[in-house]
Design a protein around this ligand. Structure first.
Ligand code: FAD
Length: 396
């Protein structure tokens, strides 16, 4: 039997961030992962609101060196060619030192997190292992782990389940994942094409009831193109349909599809984010539609808040009830803000077929784009998803 303070199940952004934050506070942390599939077309744009948290963890400089920063995004109305531009730099002046989107591929971000984690004496990462069992009592948790060499058990004081949408930890706790599944799947293509020459900003919401998409620049050659298609179309055919979709949008401009993936989209949240000595974070706790990117953003915010709460509890600077506050705050935030805001933005991009209704929506965005104060208010909505601090500075 080992004796570990915290086991983090899942070594993708949520799990790696939490492990790094805990290790930086001198907490002994064991990260367990089945082995990640590095999907080239995975998320690549990180909202300005998560950047102060990355900076606090000391990884923002490396992230900016590896990716790039861009303060501009736009709404592009496909039918009319209208472009409504937004400048974070002007709107967020004085609000944050990082008024831009960080464009950095998922695998590079995870690589940076792992690199920093490897330098922490109290952290260890085990790959190609699967958490298969969990029994808890008043003082800790026995985790069952399956490896290529057989099964073993590890005794830990706390467990964080950051093991994604199909979370084993959540299932072992017997917690439901109520909500609904969208009638569409997300299809993401990594494409070599010159979207910039066609007037796309590094982050572009392409508004159209037929060809609505989110288009994000990955690097000088590659762009990430995300759209939704009905579940009534076979998933096996998605790969054939992507070139047709891109041709309809790009016209004669050349393109090459480098990679793609498709997935069902859900709006779901666990019944509770804490049960005894086990906590849930990231996609294991909640998921929203994959068009708009609020799942990764709120996974980051879960991580920042959980680091704060668990560190204070383990250092005996805060009572365990702060972990209940984490669980309740994050769940309320998902239901009241993350999910409805994500759904509204998805709706704007691809679901408004009524011309009058669309015009009303666009008019509001046109006004916002030229009114710095109004734009700041809209942008601040994202940072509010982090919610209140759980532990006073004196107890951190
Ligand atoms: C393939 C893929 C594509 C995605 N595409 C999009 C997208 O297009 N748009 C979007 O908004 N979001 C997308 N997401 C979601 C987005 O990446 C997440 O919101 C974000 O990465 C935060 O996720 P997470 O760290 O909470 O969980 P995940 O990224 O799902 O990571 C969970 C980790 O847990 C590990 N794991 C699972 N079960 C076990 C177990 N029993 N034992 C040990 N380890 C385990 C997995 O190997 C994985 O590394 C995608 C996620 C995946 C996995």
């Amino acid at each position: 039997m080992d004796d570990v303070q915290v086991a983090v199940v899942g070594a993708d952004p949520a799990g790696l961030l939490i492990a790094l934050g805990l290790a930086r506070a001198g907490i002994e942390v064991l990260v367990l992962d089945t082995g990640r599939d590095d999907i080239a077309s995975a998320n690549c744009a990180h909202d300005w609101s998560v950047l102060p948290g990355l900076d606090r963890l000391g990884i923002l400089d490396d992230a900016l060196r590896s990716g790039f920063a861009d303060p501009r995004w736009c709404l592009f109305v496909l039918r009319t060619g209208e472009r409504i531009d937004f400048d974070l730099g002007a709107a967020l002046r004085g609000v944050t030192p990082f008024p831009f989107t960080l464009h950095l591929e998922h695998s590079r971000l995870c690589g940076i997190l792992e690199h920093h984690l490897a330098r922490e004496a109290t952290a260890s990462v085990e790959r190609d292992v699967r958490v298969t069992g969990l029994v808890q009592d008043a003082t800790g948790v026995d985790l069952g782990i399956g490896t290529a060499d057989g099964a073993r058990r590890v005794r830990v004081r706390w467990v964080v389940g950051a093991d994604g949408t199909s979370s084993t930890v959540r299932r072992l706790l017997g917690l439901g994942f109520p909500g609904y599944t969208w009638p569409e799947r997300s299809v993401v293509a990594l494409v070599e094409a010159d979207f910039a020459a066609l007037g796309y900003a590094s982050t572009t919401l392409q508004v159209d009831d037929r060809h609505g998409a989110v288009v994000q620049k990955v690097n000088d050659r590659r762009w990430r193109y995300t759209f939704a298609e009905p579940l009534t179309r076979h998933e096996e055919g998605s790969g054939v349909r992507i070139p047709r979709v891109l041709s309809a949008v790009l016209g004669e401009a050349p393109f090459r599809i480098v990679d793609w993936h498709a997935a069902r989209m859900h709006e779901r949240s666990a019944e509770r984010y804490r049960l005894g000595r086990v906590l849930l974070a990231g996609d294991a706790a909640h998921v929203t539609n994959r068009m708009i990117g609020h799942s990764p953003t709120s996974a980051f915010f879960d991580a920042f808040r959980l680091i704060e709460a668990l560190t204070a509890v383990l250092a005996e600077r805060a009572p365990e009830s702060v972990l209940d506050a984490y669980a309740e705050d994050r769940r309320r935030m998902f239901h009241q803000h993350v999910s409805p805001i994500g759904a509204a933005r998805k709706h704007l991009v691809s679901q408004i077929s009524d011309a009058e209704r669309l015009e009303t929506e666009l008019e509001s965005y046109r006004r916002t784009s030229v009114d710095t104060d109004e734009l700041r208010d809209v942008l601040l909505l994202n940072s509010e998803l982090e919610d209140r601090e759980l532990v006073p500075p004196s107890a951190r």
